[in-house]
Design a protein around this ligand. Structure first.
Ligand SMILES: [Zn+2]
Ligand SMILES: [Zn+2]
Length: 183
């Protein structure tokens, strides 16, 4: 069983970030029999129709559909898109990510995880944040809902402050649900 990481590249996504996400996801999801593999980069040229020039953002659902399409072609168990494009959904100023359990697909955006977006210095923050958002969206893919525990990775992030506060892992309650769903 394979989880595919699909880089949907607008400008650039560092290989080191992809590898950090891959390593953490595999470290966790291998207990359920999953391998995690980084797929070749895909450009987002065919997603420019979803660009809103007033907001300077892309509509996230189309990125999710693209991931689902590639997931089908590559016969993956699940697909996680990773993009450097800034995403939004109707009624939201922005989204860190989006998931669909029926499509077994998810997307995360690195745009607002980058420390430079907040005028912070870089360091290891981007990696930490990307891992958390990846774990969060994969949790949704495998049927988890949002969790009230602010330290649980399934806690909803309204802003980067929530993302930085929460941990990289599922709380005991979410973990038990996941074991039921994947067992
Ligand atoms: Zn969520
Ligand atoms: Zn939880």
């Amino acid at each position: 069983m394979k989880i595919g990481l699909i880089p949907l590249v607008r400008k650039e996504i560092e290989g080191e970030i992809l590898e950090s996400i891959r390593k953490h996801l595999e470290g966790f999801y291998s207990q359920f029999g999953f391998n995690v593999e980084i797929l070749p980069e895909t450009t987002i040229k065919d997603l420019f129709f979803s660009y809103n020039s007033t907001r300077e953002q892309f509509l996230g659902r189309f990125f999710l559909m693209k991931v689902a399409e590639i997931k089908g072609i590559k016969r993956l168990s699940a697909g996680l898109g990773i993009t450097d494009a800034d995403l939004y959904e109707e009624g939201m100023n922005f989204i860190f990510g989006l998931a669909n359990p029926y499509l077994k697909s998810a997307i995360i955006s690195l745009a607002r995880l980058k420390p430079t977006f907040y005028g912070e210095r870089d360091g290891k923050l981007l990696k930490e944040r990307a891992i958390k958002e990846a774990m969060h969206e994969m949790g949704h893919v495998f049927g988890l809902e949002h969790c009230l525990n602010p330290k649980c990775v399934m806690h909803f992030s309204n802003s980067i402050i929530d993302t930085d506060y929460k941990g990289k892992d599922y709380c005991e309650k979410c973990l038990n649900t996941l074991k039921r769903n994947l067992g």
